[in-house]
Design a binder for this molecule. Sequence first.
Ligand SMILES: C[S@@+](CC[C@H](N)C(=O)[O-])C[C@H]1O[C@@H](n2cnc3c(N)ncnc32)[C@H](O)[C@@H]1O
Length: 222
Amino acid sequence: MPKLDIRLKTVARMIRDDTHADVGSDHGHLLFALLKSGRIQRGIAIENKQQPFANSSHRLAGVNADVRLGDGLSVLHVGEADSLSICGMGAKSMVRILEGFPDRVPTRVIMQPNCEPELVRGWGLRSGYHIETEQIAWGHLPYQVVCLRRADSPDDAAYEDVDHDAALLFGPTLVKRRDPDLFRQLSQERAYYRELGQLTARSAERLKIVETLLRIGPKSEI
Ligand SMILES: C[S@@+](CC[C@H](N)C(=O)[O-])C[C@H]1O[C@@H](n2cnc3c(N)ncnc32)[C@H](O)[C@@H]1O
């Protein structure tokens, strides 16, 4: 696969479909790498701003990709893509994009929010998309990457046998498998909050969850 940073490489490894759409494609690197490596056959890049649209058009010239100028899923047709990624944005914008045209969201979605991944998981629970895989991509920050799949059953089994608030904030599968990268993130958060001293009610609540998880500890390496 052509070179991607660790964040986009983690996303790319979750994608193997015929047609993949990337909303907020910007530089176009993700679709370019997916096409060149044969992980997808056709790409659809979507951008709502002129310069990133021009960047994507330049990068994706000569490969099997459409580059479209428009707001989120307004320029994607129902059933046109098998999977969709949205990366490098705040989760509020991502959820707004997904909820703008619910019938255009493909079967699989891969999301890499820069913050508040719990909003993406909340969208999945409300919309019948179950967690397929979750991973932490450790770039200059720990980025959560969440892959969800449309399901027939209402309840997502990933949330069984795990504290719901902890699961929403930090990922049910990451918590259950005691992912070492998650525990590294939790240790950093605890140190940060302890240094701050004075906490808002919300941060204090989050710290309580962080400390509870840290008491369990990561899975030990063999
Ligand atoms: C910070 S960049 C991330 C680029 C790339 N996805 C990545 O992760 O490296 C976010 C991109 O999303 C685009 N964007 C934001 N909101 C959008 C929307 N509603 N529809 C399409 N593109 C959008 C922005 O123009 C920008 O190019």
